[in-house]
Design a protein around this ligand. Sequence first.
Ligand SMILES: Nc1nc2c(ncn2[C@@H]2O[C@H](COP(=O)(O)OP(=O)(O)OP(=O)(O)O)[C@@H](O)[C@H]2O)c(=O)[nH]1
Ligand SMILES: [Mg+2]
Length: 443
Amino acid sequence: MFNQLADRFDSIFRNLRGLGKITDSNIQQTSREIRRVLLEADVNFKVAKKFVKQVKNRAEGTKVLKSVKPGEQFIKIIHDELVTFLGKNAKPLDLGSKKPAVILMAGLQGSGKTTTCGKLATFLKKQGKSVLLTAADVYRPAAIDQLVQVGKSIDVPVYEQGAGDPVVICQSAVEEAQATKTDVVILDTAGRLHVDGEMMTEVQEIAEAVSPKEILFVVDGMTGQDAVNSAETFSAALKLTGTILTKLDGDARGGAAVSISEVTGVPIKFIGVSEKSDGLEPFDPKRIVDRILGFGDVVTLVEKAQEVVDEDQAIQLEKKLKDASFDLEDFKDQLKQLKNMGPLNQIMGMMPGMNRKMMKGLDLDDRQLSWTEAIISSMTATERKNPTIIDGSRRSRIAKGSGRTVQEVNQLLKQFAQMKKMMKQMGKMKLPKNMKHQMMGLN
Ligand SMILES: Nc1nc2c(ncn2[C@@H]2O[C@H](COP(=O)(O)OP(=O)(O)OP(=O)(O)O)[C@@H](O)[C@H]2O)c(=O)[nH]1
Ligand SMILES: [Mg+2]
């Protein structure tokens, strides 16, 4: 996410880190660089100008402070200002107390509305809410089928009447939700290629008929300035309560994320980070900034780990780490959990200190995990418990059995040995328990 922005900030920061003191010319130069970086990332030029001015003011005010590391302090100013900037209009999803709460999804064609309906339903389901999805995009039969499929895959009911009047369909869906005491109704409306009058009228009519608690504008985060422009148009026609930026897992340059709420005054409520049903995250300015500035994202990582790691297992694992009885069988379980957390490069990208240049060099092939699993599966139970007995002939047998090369088997055993050594050391370290857990992905 935002690799380009992160790369550029990385080089700005490298220059700053060495600074013994902050001078006017440092501030001037850094401000110019930040402005350039933001414009290159397709940030609205007024927004970029405003942001740089804020950083400059803060830096000038701080110049006199005798900080131990002035460069680091400057970096912190940029970080904090960007968090404030992105978070200014921040507001979480608000479903109110009236049931059902209606959420209207609007946006251009292909922006990700239907997919996001499913993700949002998944998100709400996790919070224990019941959801009814509604197929109000009646112009293409395939659109209805798509939503029905989405609903099926996440086990959420879909209200549809085939082709009909979208306003009537939405009203009936709300009535149905009332009758079944459903908490939330999500309306999937039609998108169009261009923002045309007819479409706007229709969606306005729907909004009027069912008074949604939330009107969310779904927009493709890859489209940069266009995203901001279409948000402005929609926001003039509808009382938008929030924006969902989709496709930020791709190489979105970040322009839309930085500019959209500043320009429209409408908060970003969620970001889409994959095509899958769990690929939606509540918008958290600090986390986004940490990613943009290459600070890593421990919180997301820990949350992801929490979702897939079972607590009992974690406690057992910790015990094994302590008494150094962690074996290849446990390693295999860990790999499985890692696989459940999502694509490797996404996970690595969230690790603090993972330099993006380093990541580029790394060949993060998700298949690697499956290969490693295959290798371990080809070992006998005794070998997994005690890898030191795996000699040359056992290695070639394992390689044959798993369809991998002997070199790969060697490499895996070496990595495992190193990992075990590291874990032993970590077990001895006098770190707060929480931090240790985090480092091991247990927390
Ligand atoms: N990588 C990625 N792809 C996404 C994301 N959100 C949506 N997509 C993909 O974007 C494409 C369009 O998504 P849809 O949900 O069909 O978009 P839509 O706005 O409903 O489109 P129309 O109904 O035609 O207006 C699909 O291929 C989705 O899988 C996301 O966060 N990340
Ligand atoms: Mg759709």
